[in-house]
Design a protein around this ligand. Structure first.
Ligand code: TXA
Ligand code: MG
Length: 315
């Protein structure tokens, strides 16, 4: 897609149809939600999702929130337990994100979940977001539409100032009512608050009839570090490898031909899009010693290297 000129769209039918088409083609569209403006891409399209990280200049791959138009659409992506059903019934559409087990048949890009077997999902409460999701008809991955490390955008002008030359289109839906990101609750075990946000934790606890565990709470099933510890392959990882030693499986990049490659042409966007898929493949192959070719440390390469360093860290 052409990233030179930002297409400014009105939140009317022609504008939303155009925005949905751009999403379907793998483009990046910023759109308003009730919390903040999101930077959306087709959550099923590895390349489009890699584009989100490239546009934001994120130095690492945090898992992203998947936006859907309805509970039914969420249920096609993840498994709901009783707590999750209660919370969704009480707070959706709205500023509550639920972390739930990812369904095997969800079809969500592994880059969205950072290779985890859980997924964060929410139904936004904004007429423009709802209309866009309906027009697109699929799940949309969307972090806040700001460059990494900058404040979240609550009006369209914030988005065009921060990302105008790096995204395809922006739907102007006026100011965001909440102005704060969604509250994130993990329902993987005891309901746990992962991020305070637009919906107060007290309201969530009242709905559940029990206090939320917090990341700091020793009773919580998993610490935030563990919850956010990204997927790592089972094998031992050696970085910056230009060839394979005995017993190693080599993951190539560019001129370093491997047993499999992140990108034969040395394309960083392609490498990012494939990263978690390849790491899973190495597990499937039963690789116990993994060598990985050097990846240039600029642009998306920084996020790839951050991820690979974690994969290589002693466990
Ligand atoms: O209000 C919002 O939530 C906005 C609007 C655009 O919807 N979106 C947003 O997305 O704030 P983002 O990508 O900035 O925040 C995603 C958060 C991260 O802190 C990430 O760690 C957490 O969700 N997250 C995503 N998937 C997760 C998972 N499987 N397990 C634990 N945390 C997860
Ligand atoms: Mg953010």
């Amino acid at each position: 897609m052409n990233k030179q000129t930002l297409l400014l769209l009105k939140p009317d039918q022609p504008g939303l149809t155009r925005a949905a088409d751009i999403l379907a083609q793998g483009g990046l569209v910023s759109f308003p939600t009730e919390t903040v403006y999101g930077l959306g891409a087709d959550a099923r399209n590895d390349h489009a999702v890699a584009g989100i990280f490239a546009a934001k200049g994120r130095p690492s791959f945090n898992p992203l929130i998947v936006h859907v138009g309805s509970l039914a659409a969420a249920q096609a992506i993840c498994d709901f337990n009783g707590d999750a059903r209660h919370l969704a019934a009480a707070f959706w559409p709205g500023a509550l994100t639920l972390v739930l087990p990812l369904r095997a048949d969800a079809g969500i890009s592994r880059l969205v979940t950072a290779g985890l077997n859980s997924v964060a999902v929410r139904v936004p409460d904004h007429p423009v977001a709802a209309a866009l999701l309906a027009a697109f008809g699929g799940p949309v991955a969307a972090p806040s539409a700001n460059p990494s490390g900058r404040i979240s955008p609550t009006i369209a002008a914030h988005v065009s100032a921060g990302l105008g030359d790096r995204i395809d289109a922006l739907v102007d839906g006026g100011p965001c009512a909440v102005g704060l990101e969604s509250t994130i609750v993990s329902c993987l075990g005891t309901p746990t608050l992962l991020r305070a946000g637009g919906i107060p934790a007290e309201a969530i606890a009242a709905c559940l009839g029990q206090p939320l565990a917090t990341a700091e709470n020793p009773d919580a099933p998993t610490s935030p570090g563990q919850l956010l510890s990204h997927y790592a392959p089972k094998g031992q990882v050696r970085l910056n490898a230009n060839d394979r030693k005995r017993g190693e499986v080599l993951l190539g990049f560019g001129p370093v031909e491997g047993d499999l490659t992140l990108s034969a042409t040395g394309d960083l966007t392609e490498a990012a899009a494939r990263l978690f898929e390849r790491l899973h493949q190495l597990d499937t192959m039963g690789a116990t010693q993994i060598a990985i070719a050097p990846i240039p440390d600029h642009g998306l390469g920084r996020a790839i290297n951050d991820r690979l360093r974690r994969a290589a860290a002693p466990r």
